[in-house]
Design a binder for this molecule. Structure first.
Ligand code: CTP
Length: 131
């Protein structure tokens, strides 16, 4: 039986930490579905607008070989609904969210993957701003 993995993120200023988490998520199943945060959600979540628009971030993530499908994540609170709608067998999150989604274990398996060390969108933006 085919196993669907669902994960979420902003994936702004796409970097190797993003690639690695998507590759590792994809390796857990047969089909990877990625919820890409809406611009407004990113502003609420991180206090700033993304550098790349929703459309650009969706285009980059959906072009990856390991990604089968993308959708727009409009609400952080709707992860349960999104997981059910997209047929998740496994919900994958970075371990910066460790423990925060354990309550969804009744609809799917919840897996937290370790982040790639020493890289983040915020650090890249700060580094470029300092150059
Ligand atoms: N991620 C990762 N390793 C990193 C950075 C991100 O595994 N070094 C993962 C996150 O855990 C998440 C996904 O990539 O599952 C999308 O993360 P996102 O928040 O879009 O990226 P960040 O680089 O963490 O962004 P920011 O600095 O704006 O918080």
């Amino acid at each position: 039986m085919s196993r669907t993995i669902v994960t979420f993120g902003t994936f702004d200023v796409f970097h190797v930490g993003h690639l690695r988490v998507l590759e590792r998520a994809a390796a857990l199943g047969d089909r990877l579905v990625v919820g890409v945060s809406a611009d407004a959600l990113n502003i609420r979540k991180k206090g700033r607008a993304p550098v790349f628009s929703r459309g650009e971030r969706l285009a980059i993530v959906s072009a990856l070989r390991v990604v089968d499908e993308v959708f727009v994540e409009e609400s952080l609170e709707a992860k349960r609904d999104y997981s059910v709608t997209h047929g998740a067998d496994v919900l994958v999150m970075g371990d910066d969210w460790a423990g925060k989604f354990d309550e969804y274990a009744d609809v799917c398996e919840v897996v937290y993957l370790p982040r790639t060390p020493a890289i983040s969108t915020t650090a890249i933006i700060e580094h470029i701003a300092d150059m």
